[in-house]
Design a protein around this ligand. Sequence first.
Ligand SMILES: C[S@@+](CC[C@H](N)C(=O)[O-])C[C@H]1O[C@@H](n2cnc3c(N)ncnc32)[C@H](O)[C@@H]1O
Length: 250
Amino acid sequence: MTDQQEQQASVPPKGVRRPAPSPKWIATDLYTLSHLDPSTAHNSDILKSTLSNASNQDLPAIYSSRAFAKFLALQARATDAKHCLEVGTLGAYASIWLATENPNLKITTLEYNSHHVQVAKENISNADLGDRITVHEGPAMETLPTILSDIDAGKLPKFDMAYVDADKTNNWNYFDAAVKGCRKGAVVIVDNVVQGGLIASQDKPLDKPGHVEGAREVIENTGKDGRVSATVIQTVGEGSHDGFLFAVVL
Ligand SMILES: C[S@@+](CC[C@H](N)C(=O)[O-])C[C@H]1O[C@@H](n2cnc3c(N)ncnc32)[C@H](O)[C@@H]1O
């Protein structure tokens, strides 16, 4: 060890907060979305009312960003997905994005908070999507085994896509279950795995306990998992510096 390395090793890790989004990132989102997702888009009104109903009923504003939710929906479209799993429904914003961009897509989405389930169901009904989006209420670790059994029994089709966006400490468990329910060639996406770059830092986050550890666990285990090939894409935008893990089932 050099003198400099010894000095660094003896410095305790700093407690840090995630950086706030830069005004330039927000302005860039606004500029690109104004062209690529204008208010005249076919699903714009229903998505706006989904968010306002969620906000009026005090749901936290932790849904996927507009640009990222549209990316998910386009990903489903590019792969002609017919059945998608979502872990973490909230008010069904991402589910409604997926369904409104993909008329042949069914979504199985999991949520444990009964108030979130009630608001999600209202939003799904307002969007007239009750026949294609099914919300399963309960902790996802309890609802997933039944869903996987239904897939094994042929009662539900395998997933063509899965989106993991719930309690971050269970990222790996959800990823593992999602892969079990997916067909070969399916895509599994796990949100928020970069955590402002804290995954690659010794510094200790002062908020969101377990999120950095949950992100590292899913990245490290996925790297050793012969069932998939994966990468992480960092993102900036209205949601600050974060990123997602993107895996293809082999
Ligand atoms: C980030 S939000 C999901 C946002 C949603 N995917 C979207 O983009 O619109 C995370 C959701 O996961 C739910 N959640 C947290 N822990 C859970 C668990 N153990 N089982 C199921 N849902 C859970 C939370 O209640 C919250 O509604």
